[in-house]
Ligand binder design. Structure first.
Ligand code: FMN
Length: 159
C-alpha cells in the first residue's frame, strides 16, 4: 500500500504524530511518506491512503490568522497548511482519505480533523474523520505516539 501523510505543525506535536503513523504503516509493510502540506502538491495516482494531520486552532483547521497567533506564542508558521492543500489538490477518486488532529482536550476543543474531513468531502474526496490525539498542556499525553503507531499499522492492514 502506498500512503502519503500530509502534515502541518507549529510546535512539532502533530509532526510527531504524523511520523508515528508513518512508522506504524511501514512496520506493517506499507510505503509511507510524511510531507509538509506546503510542499505536498499533487499526489501520485496510485496513492491508496492519504492522511491529513493538523493541529486544532480556534476549534478548526489552522488559518493564516491562527498561524500568526502561534508564531506570537513561539511556534513556527508554514506558508500554507492542510486548509490550503485541501482547497487546491486534485481529489483522487480511489484513495481513502483520513483526517487526524491534535487537541487540548476540554469542553470547547473543537477539531481540525472534523473540519478537514468536511472540507475534503466537499471537494470530492472519500474522506473520513480519524481520531484526535491529545495534548497535556504543551506536549502530547503519554501513550499518544504509540497509539498513532498502532493506528498506522491498522490502516496498513485495511482497518
Ligand atoms: C492560535 C491557536 C489556537 C488554538 N486553538 C485551539 C482550540 O480551539 N482547541 C484546541 O483543542 N487546541 C487549540 N490550540 C492548541 C493546539 O491544538 C496545540 O497547540 C496543537 O495541538 C499543538 O500542535 P503542534 O505542536 O503540531 O502545533 C490552539 C493553539 C494555537 C496556537
Amino acid at each position: 500500500m502506498r500512503a502519503r501523510i500530509i502534515v502541518e505543525s507549529c510546535f512539532g506535536n502533530t509532526q510527531a504524530i504524523a511520523q508515528a503513523l508513518a512508522e506504524g504503516l511501514r512496520a506493517a509493510g506499507a510505503s509511507a511518506e510524511v510531507v509538509a502540506a506546503a510542499d505536498a502538491g499533487a499526489l501520485a495516482e496510485d496513492t491508496e491512503l492519504v492522511v491529513l494531520a493538523a493541529p486544532t486552532h480556534n476549534l478548526a483547521l489552522p488559518s493564516p490568522a491562527s498561524r500568526a497567533q502561534a508564531v506570537q506564542r513561539g511556534g513556527q508558521a508554514p506558508a500554507a497548511g492542510v486548509r490550503e492543500w485541501i482547497a487546491t489538490a486534485q481529489p483522487l477518486p480511489n484513495a481513502r482519505l483520513v483526517t487526524v488532529d491534535t487537541v487540548v482536550p476540554g469542553m470547547f476543543s473543537g477539531s481540525a480533523a472534523k473540519d478537514a474531513s468536511r472540507k475534503a468531502k466537499a471537494r470530492g474526496w472519500r474522506a473520513e474523520r480519524g481520531p484526535s490525539f491529545l495534548m497535556a498542556g504543551d506536549h502530547l499525553r503519554d501513550g499518544e505516539v504509540e497509539r498513532a503507531r498502532q493506528l498506522g499499522a491498522a490502516w496498513a492492514a485495511g482497518r
